[in-house]
Design a protein around this ligand. Structure first.
Ligand code: C5J
Length: 222
């Protein structure tokens, strides 16, 4: 029996390595690298780049422990037929599908849409292309997790208040237990980062649990 527990808030979360997956949300060049979409919108990417090293360490620990690792990317078809018209009008300064510093913004196949080299998937790790903020919306993520008998998700990535928490809420409603290592998620807005993490663990883990990379690594190695 490989059941163990993550040290977390608001209380420890029991897990089994066989039924736990790491979900790495949208660690794409456009969100994380200088000169990407995030920066074009006026954001300071150094605020999200601090999550790269802790994510890398958790990714390595998850691979070593034999966990299912899933990566997601937010983006659309080149003809934008899968992008809701309302989403196309958002952004203020830069729009989905328009020319950005690393190709067309959030369009599949463009350089900026790709995952960052530090966290690049290896063979056997599914990559989920999602048209929305949540990783379950219009994707086969739920099916993939069910087929592997997954019950617990370690959710990392960017941005905390957008795609990470949307995915955690979707997963929670589908019966998954979600653990978010605080140093493995990033936001361009420190106040949103803080509030998002508070909301997840509030009211006795209303959406999930909050921990950190070293606790996750220690539990996976035990
Ligand atoms: C955003 C995301 N922030 N991956 N996407 O638009 O959080």
């Amino acid at each position: 029996m490989s059941q163990s527990a993550f040290i977390a808030e608001p209380f420890a979360l029991p897990f089994d390595k066989k039924t736990t997956a790491l979900v790495m949300i949208d660690m794409q060049r456009d969100f994380v690298e200088p000169a990407g979409f995030g920066e074009a919108l006026g954001n300071d990417v150094s605020l999200v780049r601090v999550a790269i090293q802790p994510c890398k360490q958790v990714l390595e620990a998850a691979r070593k422990a034999g966990l299912l690792v899933v990566h997601t990317r937010e983006g659309h078809r080149p003809d934008l037929t899968d992008c809701p018209p309302a989403k196309l009008t958002r952004g203020g300064k830069t729009f989905i599908g328009s020319k950005g510093p690393m190709g067309r913004i959030l369009v599949r196949g463009e350089a900026g849409h790709d995952l960052i080299p530090e966290l690049y998937p290896i063979a056997g790790e599914p990559v989920i292309d999602k048209p929305g903020k949540g990783a379950f919306y219009q994707t086969d993520l739920h099916l993939i997790l069910q087929n592997r008998g997954i019950k617990t998700l370690i959710v990392c990535g960017v941005t905390t208040e957008v795609c990470v928490t949307t995915t955690v809420r979707e997963a929670n409603d589908r019966g998954f237990e979600c653990l978010v290592p605080a140093d493995c998620v990033g936001s361009y807005f420190p106040e949103f980062q803080k509030a998002s993490l508070e909301m997840i663990k509030a009211q006795g883990a209303i959406f999930g649990w909050v921990s950190n990379a070293s606790n996750v690594i220690a539990a996976l190695a035990a």
